[in-house]
Design a protein around this ligand. Structure first.
Ligand SMILES: *Cc1c(COP(=O)(O)O)cnc(C)c1O
Length: 437
């Protein structure tokens, strides 16, 4: 719906003249769903406002970091204080140590970590470390999992297990992805076969434990167990990319949930981002001491960053982690999130629309499909055109979900039962339209 006084469109035109596609990260451009992206002017609690002054209930939350909602007073206070003390020093600060302590306290698989500025950087560095620590070059990733835009990870499957990947982006030479093997998520047999063929040269397996970049697909327990066993047996490192799930699905990350189901389960390396920065550029990777000590300046694996451990970002992250560590935080968040997914499923059922969903902590996903997909090809069976009508119907009614069907959604501690009710009521109207078409 373009209002007569729409201020988003002229902003988008100005942006497009200077910034490729008008955006600084592709999904923001609404290419998948069509229409004009909303230019956001401010956020407070569960809401964001666009240039027209329209209010939206925000289920993107900056793609995950805003677990407390926008403008949480304790976070703002910590950031204001930090800003007054200095923006960046390029020298160590106590706050970096405090943040490391705050993270490691909740993730027993990690004995040491290093702070960086983005999830991409953390994932890329974790892979370099895994290769350096093992002296091997091949890596395994899974179709539909996203680990940032490092060259070696912009890859799709080759034509069989003996052939390695093909680059999915121009500008990535084939030699850079020729050591990346792309397998189907949740396919135990394929993973076994890959290790049988290449086991001695595999440095690491990297995966999202709950894949939020195919909306919401859980690694099955047998799949996770087997991945762990195969890595251990063949001397490869298991890297869990918890950039999205870390401090989002549970205080101990998704790995704490798998550890409940698989006795002794631990990843070798963990990649974190999003929530640990509370909305500022901050990410981390870490794991066992012996592996982490391979990093410069102690070891031969180089890794560095001018703004790494930035004093304002670490203040923001610390204040955020202090809030989420309060007793009962994740239980309440999980209940609210589950109530939204259940509400949506009920509303869809009432209107005769096939919908299924899942959630964990404050992370959720739903599909216009009769049953939950287990891998990327199944996700792709969703009806894109239908999703786009749902997206725009919700947006027009003041509900902002991700503008692409492969993206997870996020509920914050600021979302109230009334917000969930209003969302479900809006969705029911859109489902009725979908059913009529
Ligand atoms: C967001 C995300 C990344 C990339 O993080 P950036 O900060 O955007 O570079 C990596 N892995 C996962 C699982 C993510 O969700």
């Amino acid at each position: 719906m373009t209002l007569p006084t729409d201020l988003n469109a002229p902003l988008f035109d100005r942006a497009k003249a200077l910034i490729p596609g008008g955006v600084n990260s592709p999904v923001r451009a609404f290419r998948a769903v069509g229409g004009t992206p909303r230019f956001i002017t401010r956020g407070q609690g569960a809401y964001i406002w666009d240039a027209n002054g329209q209010r939206f209930i925000d289920y993107i939350g900056s793609w995950g970091p805003m677990i407390l909602g926008h403008g949480h007073p304790a976070v703002l206070q910590a950031v204001h204080k930090a800003i007054g003390e200095g923006l960046s020093f390029g020298a160590p600060t106590e706050r970096e140590v405090e943040l490391a302590e705050a993270i490691l306290r909740h993730l027993p698989s990690m004995e040491m970590l290093r702070l960086v500025s983005s999830g991409t950087e953390a994932g890329m560095s974790a892979i370099r470390l895994a290769r350096g620590a093992t002296g091997r070059s091949k890596i395994i990733k899974f179709n539909g999992c996203y680990h940032g835009h490092a060259d070696a990870l912009l890859v799709k499957a080759g034509s069989g297990l003996a052939t390695f990947g093909h680059a999915t982006s121009a500008g990535v030479p084939e030699v850079v992805v020729q050591d990346t093997l792309v397998l189907e998520y949740n396919d135990v047999a394929q993973l076994e076969e890959a290790f049988a063929l290449h086991g001695a040269s595999i440095a690491c397996v990297i995966m999202e434990p709950i894949a939020g970049n195919m909306n919401f697909v859980r690694a099955s327990i047998p799949f996770m167990r087997r991945a762990r066993e195969l890595c251990t047996r063949h001397g490869a490192l298991l890297i869990l990319d918890e950039v999205m799930t870390g401090f989002r699905v549970a205080l101990g990350g998704a790995q704490s949930l798998y550890a409940q189901a698989i006795p002794g389960f631990e990843p070798d390396l963990t990649v974190l981002g999003k929530v640990i920065g509370g909305g500022m550029p901050l990410a981390a990777f870490g794991g066992k001491r012996a592996v982490m000590e391979q990093l410069a300046p102690l070891g031969p694996v180089y890794q560095a960053g001018t703004l790494s451990g930035n004093p304002v970002a670490t203040a923001c992250g610390l204040a955020t982690l202090r809030e989420v560590a309060q007793p009962g935080f994740y239980e309440a968040l999980a209940r609210r999130t589950r109530s939204l997914i259940e509400g949506l499923a009920q509303a869809a059922r009432a209107e005769g629309v096939a919908l299924c969903g899942d959630s964990e902590g404050g992370m959720m996903g739903f599909f216009l499909l009769p049953e939950l997909p287990r891998d990327y090809p199944a996700v792709l069976r969703s009806d894109g055109a239908r999703f786009n009508r749902l997206f725009h119907g919700l947006l027009d009614r003041g509900v902002y979900i991700a503008p692409a069907l492969y993206e997870a959604g996020f509920v914050s501690a600021a979302h109230t039962a009334e917000d969930v009710e209003a969302t479900v009521a809006a969705a029911r109207k859109v489902f009725a339209q979908l059913a009529a078409q």
